[in-house]
Design a protein around this ligand. Structure first.
Ligand SMILES: Cc1ncc(COP(=O)(O)O)c(C=O)c1O
Length: 383
């Protein structure tokens, strides 16, 4: 496909009219198996775990959106995609992981991946000296989530890639919070990108999925093998939902972004709100890095209320924002970090990370921003 811009790619890449019927939407191939043309010959597909035409279309679309991609691979959930990335590691390898990552990633690493003889070291990847100090001769991967959840701490992808590559290690970035519209980790130097498509790529909170995007032919070989051998592939119907979601991704992100900025500005002067984490505010310590590495600031933010009670009263009083986990959908969500995304993290670790019982995270949707601000205002009034 020619070098079209993102909004064009979102609609056309992988989504050309069906050559057989002219259908303008990609058909959903609800089939587990395919008729073979002979012994050992087929029309390109033999069994849907190994490959399905609907999935192929979405993989083409996702690869087109993520600058520098060689191939994209779809899985049942974001966690299945992240598991596929860790399947690149072998016993005796050392993995450096951002300390401030999605708690599900920590659960996967500590309770499953570590059992395979892989050494895991959590590091504050916003501190380049700490990253450099952690990398050793058997370090094979640096895994980064930026911005992080829920504290919106940024890690410098280009600088980390330079450090990792100097030691022969690869860098994987969880790009879920930014989506391909706002951040291109491979173009910045990373080797692999993961997304929970459950979030912005689907965008409508009606499905689960994950994507891994590799930048090299060997990534493609390995992730195709993980799909076929481990089997956690995205279903054709889920692929259809994400194909549909991607068409409006750039448009949705524009509105998410506008609403995010307006709400951050409103919260930044509210007397009951403290420690607002939103990299788009000039007061954010990493504002300059956000401007350099992102094309916007997204619609995720978090802040502190006085204590757990205050957070509870605030969440109960909201009318438009729904008290729910997850993010990246068209509807606005609010959640209590300590008892949702970070419930599996011990209270001591949460305290060390700076996630207090008063911390609330918002995923700002695409409703009218004045209505959203009015909802937050009335809920803060009862705190
Ligand atoms: C940043 C991030 N990565 C990965 C995941 C896991 O995605 P899924 O829930 O689709 O498995 C999540 C889920 O919240 C997330 O927030």
């Amino acid at each position: 496909m020619p070098q079209y811009k993102l909004a064009t790619l979102a609609i056309h890449a992988g989504q050309e009219p069906d050559p057989q019927t002219g259908a303008v939407n990609v058909p959903v191939y609800l089939t587990s198996t395919f008729q073979l043309t002979g012994i050992g010959t087929d029309r390109g597909w033999d069994y849907s775990r190994a490959g399905n035409p609907t999935r192929d279309h979405l993989e083409t679309a996702v690869a087109a959106l993520e600058q520098g991609a060689y191939s994209a691979h779809l899985f049942t959930t974001g966690m299945a995609a992240i598991s596929a990335v860790f399947a690149l590691l072998r016993a005796g390898d050392h993995l450096v992981c951002s300390r401030d990552v999605y708690a599900g990633t920590v659960r996967l690493l500590d309770q499953i991946v570590s059992g395979y003889g892989i050494e895991i070291q959590y590091v504050d990847t916003s501190d380049l000296k700490a990253v450099e100090a952690a990398i050793k001769s058997n370090t094979k991967m640096v895994y980064v989530e930026t911005p992080s959840n829920p504290l919106m701490v940024l890690s410098d992808i280009a600088a980390i890639a330079k450090l990792a590559h100097a030691h022969g290690a690869e860098v994987c970035v969880d790009n879920t919070f930014m989506s391909p519209v706002l951040q291109s980790p491979i173009a910045l130097g990373a080797d692999i990108v993961v997304h929970s498509t459950t979030k912005y790529l689907n965008g409508h909170s009606d499905g689960l999925g994950g994507a891994v995007i590799g930048s090299k032919p060997e990534h493609k070989d390995r992730f195709l093998l993980v799909q076929k051998a481990a089997g956690g592939v995205m279903s054709p119907f889920e692929c259809f939902l994400v194909l549909r979601g991607i068409k409006t991704l750039p448009l949705r992100i524009k509105q998410h972004e506008e609403n995010g900025r307006a709400i951050a500005e409103f919260l930044s002067t509210h007397a009951k709100v403290s420690k607002l984490a939103y990299p788009g505010l000039k007061s954010h310590p990493q504002y300059e890095l956000a401007c350099r590495q992102q094309r916007g600031f997204g619609s995720m933010l978090s802040f502190e209320l006085a204590d757990r009670d205050a957070a509870g009263r605030f969440l109960a009083a909201l009318k438009l924002f729904t008290n729910a986990e997850s993010l990246g959908g068209v509807e606005s969500l609010a959640s209590h970090s300590a008892t949702t995304t970070h419930a599996s993290v011990s209270a001591e670790t949460r305290a060390a990370m700076g996630i207090t019982d008063g911390r609330v995270r918002l995923s700002i949707g695409i409703e009218d921003k004045e209505d959203l601000i009015a909802d937050l205002e009335q809920a803060l009034a009862v705190v």
